[in-house]
Design a protein around this ligand. Structure first.
Ligand code: SF4
Length: 81
């Protein structure tokens, strides 16, 4: 069973896109938030560029914990917003 996040309140999803190897796991595990782009890397849907990474603030974790846990190179990070 997927571990439950202890974060209360809004959540910031951070994608270090440069490190993405394009495995596609996040897009399978969490298609509401993740999709594969034409360059072979994942996009965080609705994500905004913030320095070297992309981020999006959401109200609920939904499937993003599964995406983060399933990323083989750990470039999806989840923090309290
Ligand atoms: S799971 Fe990680 S490495 Fe795989 S496509 Fe998604 S962000 Fe990229």
């Amino acid at each position: 069973m997927a571990k439950k996040s202890k974060i209360v309140g809004k959540i910031k999803i951070i994608h270090d896109r440069d490190g993405c190897i394009g495995c596609g796991a996040c897009a399978v595990l969490c298609e509401k938030y993740w999709r594969m782009a034409d360059d072979g890397k994942a996009d965080l849907i609705g994500g905004k560029k913030a320095g070297k990474h992309y981020e999006r603030i959401v109200e609920k974790m939904e499937c993003n914990q599964e995406a983060a846990d399933g990323c083989p190179v750990a470039v999806i990070h989840i923090k309290k917003a």
